[in-house]
Design a protein around this ligand. Structure first.
Ligand SMILES: Nc1ncnc2c1ncn2[C@@H]1O[C@H](COP(=O)(O)OP(=O)(O)O)[C@@H](O)[C@H]1O
Ligand SMILES: O=C(O)c1ccc[n+]([C@@H]2O[C@H](COP(=O)([O-])O)[C@@H](O)[C@H]2O)c1
Length: 208
């Protein structure tokens, strides 16, 4: 069975889940694993000296559980697909099916074990003002306290981004201000080309 793992990383509110959901709808036999679903319980997240909860760190996430979820997909992508969101689509007879996993989240490329599994890495970026504006209209659980964006989210983004750039060299940067449909079609075109190249090969490896 052939598999492809795509990472959709990026800044908070960069458009990761919007793009991932749209891609999943268009890619047969694809599933999404979202890092957001692995946040630790609020009681386990420490506060800093300014009283801000330290959510924008890898230590605020159950990354071990996220890896287990990815391994469950790797063990049997077909069963994972059936148990998570339904029907497996058979393409044409005689063609090897390629199962696609979309891993999305704001710190996926900062976690080396996850990073190493990905065949393709996309990173959605937006300017500070857009990020702050989009974030202000989103309600998290718990909600952002006053000053949280400038006091915690943005400084941690800068720190995490620097760390990511020291670890990862093969990122494809995407402009999160691009219109949704255009973003989708450019990534879809890229991924579809990989899938086609991949399904033509019989050694199970994605061409470089
Ligand atoms: N390409 C885009 N252009 C304009 N707004 C977008 C775009 N993609 C997403 N958004 C909006 O930005 C906000 C954050 O999007 P979301 O996909 O939830 O971001 P993330 O998963 O990166 O936090 C939402 O209000 C969404 O509708
Ligand atoms: O989902 C949660 O439990 C949660 C609780 C508190 C905060 N968050 C925020 O979720 C952000 C990452 O998710 P996202 O979708 O904005 O990239 C990160 O900036 C955190 O501050 C998320």
């Amino acid at each position: 069975m052939k598999t492809l793992i795509i990472g959709i990383g990026g800044m908070t509110n960069g458009g990761k889940s919007t793009l991932s959901k749209a891609l999943q709808k268009r890619l047969p036999n694809s599933c999404i694993i979202s890092q957001d679903t692995f946040f630790k319980d609020d009681s386990l997240v420490p506060v800093d000296s300014h009283g801000f909860k330290q959510y924008d760190l890898l230590s605020a996430l159950h990354m071990d559980r996220m890896m287990e979820e990815v391994e469950t997909w790797q063990d049997d992508p077909r069963a994972f697909k059936v148990s998570h969101n339904g029907v497996v689509q058979l393409l044409s007879e005689g063609v090897d099916q390629v199962y696609v996993l979309i891993i999305e989240g704001f710190l996926i490329f900062n976690y080396r074990p996850l990073n190493e599994l990905m065949n393709k890495k996309y990173f959605l970026q937006i300017p500070y003002e857009t990020c702050k504006q989009r974030r202000s209209s989103r309600v998290y659980t718990p909600p952002d306290p006053p000053g949280y964006f400038d006091g915690h989210v943005w400084p941690m983004y800068l720190k995490n981004r620097k760390e990511m750039e020291e670890m990862v060299t093969d990122l494809v940067l995407l402009d999160g201000l691009t219109e949704r449909d255009k973003l989708l079609s450019s990534v879809l075109e890229d991924v579809t080309a990989d899938i086609e190249a991949f399904s033509d090969r019989d050694d199970g490896n994605l061409p470089a």
